[in-house]
Ligand binder design. Structure first.
Ligand SMILES: [Zn+2]
Length: 186
């Protein structure tokens, strides 16, 4: 159980008490915030200035803390189908020191998910201090629009597949605590 490997978002200010719908961008919203329970809207223009600004703010929030390895737009109060995954996760590199590089996934959909599942411990800095074991398909094929507006498809396994599914859940208003067993409060 390596928390560093499974923390799939990151945060700065603990805003658990906040109930506002729109926090200042790049601040991570906490689980009570309704935006985390909405189904995110498809992105109409992947290369618009608005989308680029949202991605930039997401990256800022993601890399504010060294444990961040992925973030979904609703986590900074933007209900749009966008998430980012740290490049080290995709390249299966050590996570101790993040370069700040990431891949952008816009309007993602899973084209395939494996029948075989694996279990691992997850955390989420929109759900601070709680970790739980989640069973998820071991492999997925995701189709998405990249930051240049080009539709892409790629396969993923291991931690990358897990992060993709955790982030995709955020776009569907689902949090890992909805699925986790053996939830521990740290
Ligand atoms: Zn999360």
């Amino acid at each position: 159980m390596i928390f560093k490997d499974i923390l799939v978002t990151c945060g700065a200010v603990d805003n658990t008490a906040r109930k506002e719908y729109n926090p200042p961008m790049s601040e991570i919203v906490q689980k009570e915030n309704k935006v985390l329970r909405k189904i995110a809207e498809p992105v109409a223009d992947a290369v618009s200035a608005v989308t680029k600004t949202a991605i930039k703010k997401m990256a800022e929030a993601l890399f504010k803390e060294p444990d961040g390895i992925g973030i979904a737009a609703p986590q900074i109060g933007i209900s749009q189908k966008i998430f980012l995954v740290a490049q080290e996760v995709i390249d299966e590199q050590p996570l101790e020191k993040m370069s700040g590089a990431y891949e952008t996934f816009i309007n993602p959909v899973f084209k395939k998910v494996s029948i075989k599942k694996s279990k691992d411990t997850e955390g989420c800095l929109s759900v601070r201090g709680i970790y739980g074991e989640v069973a998820r398909p071991e492999k997925v094929v995701v189709e998405y629009t990249d930051k240049n507006g080009k539709r892409q498809s790629r396969g993923a396994s291991g931690l990358f597949a897990r992060v993709l599914q955790h982030e995709m859940d955020h776009l569907d208003g689902v949090l890992f605590i909805d699925k986790a067993k053996y939830i521990n409060k740290k």
